[in-house]
Ligand binder design. Structure first.
Ligand code: GSH
Length: 290
C-alpha cells in the first residue's frame, strides 16, 4: 500500500490530538506541567526511573556495584510513571530539565548532585566507584566510543523503529522500512564487533555492555516491540550469544525488574528501597498478602 501523501504547511502548529501512545502526552514545549515534590529515601543514591531500556541500564549498574561490595551504591528507586506524565512534575524537571527517565540524585556529595541522561549516569557511577570502565587510556577510549555509540544509535531503534512499528496509531511503510533498515545495520555493526570479543570492550563486562544490552539484547530476545521475527534477529548470532551471557548475571536479573510495572508479577518490583525488597516486595508477593 502506498502511504497517503502529506504536504507540510508553511508553519507547523501543535495538533493536540496526535493520537497513539505518546501523542497526547508529549508537547512541543519543555518545563513542568504541575507541582510535585519528589520523595527522598534513606540511601545515598536516589533514582527516579522506570524499567524501560534506558532505566534498566542504571538499575543493572547499581545492582552490579552492590554485588561487588560497594555499599555506597545503596539506592532508593522511585517509580516515575511516564505514561501518566510524572516526568513533567516540578520536582522531576528540577533534576532533569529534559523530562525523561532515568534521573539520579547523589546525596553523598557536599551538596546533592543531579545526573540525567543514562549514559552520563553510567559514566558518573563508573568514575565514582572506579569500576566497570577500563583504566587503560586506549581501552577506556574504545569503551566510551561504544557507550556514546549506544546513546546516538538507540533513538533510531526506539524513537524511530519502535515508534513507527509499535506505537504509531497507523502503520506507514516508509518510516518502518527506513528504520528497520537502520536497526538491522546497527545489529550488524554489533554482530561483527562481537565476533571475536566476549564483551563490547573485550574480556571485561563494562558500562558499554550495560548501555547496549537493555536495547539490543532485548531486541534479539524479543522483549521490545515484538519485532524479533520481523527483523530476523536470530541471524545476529554473536549478538544472541552476548545477550544470553549477560542475561544470566544475577545483578542483571535483579536490575531489570526494578521499577518494572508490566509483565509477570514476580518480575515487577515497583519500587526498591532495600536489598530485601527482591525477596519480599515483588508484585506476586504483595498481591498474595492483600
Ligand atoms: N537519552 C535519554 C533518553 C531517555 C528517554 O528517552 N526516556 C524515555 C523512556 S525510555 C522517557 O522518559 N520518555 C518520556 C517522554 O518522552 O515523555 C537517556 O538515555 O537517558
Amino acid at each position: 500500500m502506498t502511504d497517503p501523501v502529506y504536504t507540510p504547511p508553511k508553519v507547523w502548529t501543535w495538533n493536540k490530538d496526535l493520537g497513539g501512545t505518546w501523542g497526547s502526552l508529549n508537547r512541543p514545549v519543555a518545563g513542568a506541567t504541575h507541582d510535585h515534590e519528589l520523595p527522598v529515601g534513606k540511601h545515598p543514591l536516589q533514582l527516579y526511573s522506570l524499567a524501560t531500556p534506558n532505566g534498566v541500564k542504571v538499575t543493572v549498574m547499581l545492582e552490579e556495584l552492590l554485588a561487588l561490595g560497594h555499599s555506597g551504591a545503596e539506592y532508593d528507586a522511585h517509580l516515575i510513571r511516564i505514561r501518566k506524565g510524572d516526568q513533567f512534575g516540578s520536582g522531576f524537571v528540577e533534576i532533569n530539565p529534559n523530562s525523561k527517565i532515568p534521573a539520579l540524585v547523589d546525596h553523598s556529595t557536599p551538596t546533592p548532585t543531579r545526573v540525567f541522561e543514562s549514559g552520563a549516569i553510567l559514566l558518573y557511577l563508573a568514575e565514582k566507584f572506579g569500576t566497570f570502565l577500563p583504566s587503560d587510556f586506549t581501552v577506556r577510549t574504545e569503551c566510551l566510543s561504544w557507550l556514546f555509540w549506544q546513546m546516538g544509535s538507540a533513538p533510531y531503534l526506539g524513537g524511530g523503529f519502535g515508534h513507527f512499528y509499535s506505537y504509531s496509531p497507523t502503520k506507514y511503510e516508509y518510516p518502518i522500512d527506513r528504520y528497520a533498515m537502520e536497526v538491522k545495520r546497527q545489529l550488524d555493526v554489533l554482530d561483527r564487533h562481537l565476533a571475536d570479543k566476549q564483551f563490547m570492550c573485550g574480556d571485561d563486562y563494562t558500562i558499554a555492555d550495560m548501555a547496549i544490552w537493555p536495547w539490543y539484547g532485548a531486541l534479539v530476545a524479543n522483549r521490545v516491540y515484538s519485532a524479533a521475527e520481523f527483523l530476523s534477529t536470530h541471524e545476529y548470532e554473536n549478538v544472541m550469544r552476548w545477550n544470553n551471557q549477560i542475561a544470566v548475571r544475577p545483578a542483571v536479573k535483579r536490575g531489570r525488574i526494578v521499577n518494572r510495572v508490566s509483565g509477570r508479577p514476580d518480575q515487577q518490583l515497583h519500587e526498591r528501597h532495600d536489598a530485601s525488597d527482591f525477596e519480599t516486595r515483588t508484585q506476586d508477593k504483595l498481591e498474595a498478602t492483600e
